[in-house]
Write a new protein. Structure first.
Length: 398
């Protein structure tokens, strides 16, 4: 695992390249489609004005008065000028536009009015996109209401694992659909009870989606909330499916890394460090797993070629875009909000446009975000180690 700054830079470079490949291929597809098909005019809505022409240059930063500060749930939004956003002139904005267009599938009311223009700008030049943002949006620095609150960027990803429809000699760890009586018993059985009580096992019989080889991979899948599985079918065919969050047993989440730190078992509580400890202490793996009583249940989804180019659907209800989607505290930043993110760190040095499209039980606070890295082992390596300082600016309609 990378521990030196050189290795960290290599990891950052690999992930950045992955983002460029994913976003560039999507943009190429959009351009090709636009080149061969005439775009229809934007539909008019009775009682609304026609769309304004696209901006070609930004308004001057002439010292005009800033709007008043705003409060959004647990956060205070302090107005700033565009020149205060670090790296704004250097970001490849078109890479974020796919995520922004996705958010327009389920926009928040204050942002919905911008969606026709956002769609038109999908094939605009970077200068036009940047100028439009400066004309139509006002940046606000996100601040906690209480001084001293944590400002932190972490990462998450979509695991890519091998599995089997039936248990084998090496793959015996089941992933379950929700049990039929999940709503009748609250909380449902704990993780330890599911592993040890006959009545809990009986309630889950026939609810298995697939079997994995490593219980820690199954736990990682539950922590991330979704994943991709290469499933070996009974006839020998291999199919790629996505498993998505479908509910929990309603027990509290407990970090196995925190439990290991409390035990004095390790000092590196990153995911690679946890897996290394498990390999060295197989006799204590169940004890570690049972320290987290929460179990996540899944539903299976087909994975088309288009679906495979994006991540799972986040809490906003739209597919996540690697490197451009973040999970936030929805009581501080509404879903679908464009956000300027800055996070200097030894692993990733980030100054970029992202979209708030997801949330998580551990993502609490005004200046707190989980960065969607992508899928597969390389993304998992970065997500498991990402823990850096964070600054956020929301970009809100003027």
């Amino acid at each position: 695992m990378p521990t030196s700054s050189t290795s960290a830079n290599r990891a950052s470079s690999r992930i950045s390249s992955m983002f460029r490949v994913l976003t560039s291929s999507a943009i190429v597809g959009m351009l090709a489609a636009c080149a061969s098909v005439a775009l229809p005019p934007e539909p008019s809505i009775p009682g609304t004005a026609p769309l304004p022409p696209l901006a070609t240059r930004p308004p001057p930063d002439d010292g005009a008065p800033l709007p008043p500060a705003r409060q959004s749930g647990k956060s205070r939004w302090q107005p700033v000028r565009w020149s205060d956003l670090p790296g704004f002139d250097a970001d490849a904005l078109h890479e974020a536009w796919n995520a922004w267009v996705r958010s327009c599938e389920r926009p928040a009311p204050p942002l919905a009015a911008l969606c026709p223009e956002i769609r038109r700008l999908s094939i605009a030049s970077p200068g036009e996109q940047r100028a439009w943002m400066q004309q139509r949006l006002q940046p606000y620095r996100v601040e906690p209401l209480q001084a001293g609150a944590e400002s932190l960027l972490t990462g998450y990803y979509e695991p890519l694992l091998d599995g089997s429809r039936a248990p084998t000699a090496t793959q015996q760890v089941p992933l379950y659909r929700p049990p039929a009586d999940l709503n009748a018993r609250r909380p449902w059985y704990s993780r330890q009870e599911i592993d040890t009580l006959p009545q809990a096992r009986a309630a889950l019989r026939g609810r298995e989606i697939a079997y994995l080889a490593d219980p820690l991979d199954a736990l990682a899948l539950q922590i991330q909330g979704s994943g991709r599985i290469r499933v070996t079918e009974p006839d020998g065919r291999v199919t790629l499916v996505r498993v998505a969050y479908a509910g929990t047993n309603e027990h509290p989440y407990r970090s196995v890394g925190g439990w290991l730190l409390q035990q004095g078992a390790l000092r590196d509580a990153s995911w690679p460090g946890i897996k290394a400890w498990a390999r060295a202490n197989p006799q204590r793996v169940n004890e570690m797993l049972w320290s987290n009583p929460r179990v996540v249940f899944f539903r299976e989804e087909p994975l088309s070629a288009l679906d495979a180019a994006f991540g799972p659907r986040g809490a906003q209800g739209v597919p996540l875009t690697p490197g451009r989607s973040i999970a936030v505290d929805k009581d501080s930043i509404p879903y679908g909000t464009p956000v300027w993110l800055a996070s200097p760190g030894p692993l990733l040095n980030l100054q970029r446009l992202v979209i708030a499209q997801d949330t998580g039980s551990a993502i609490v606070g005004a200046v707190r975000a989980d960065y969607f890295v992508g899928w597969g082992p390389e993304a998992g390596e970065v997500a498991g180690r990402l823990k850096q300082p964070l600054q956020l600016w929301v970009l809100w309609p003027r």
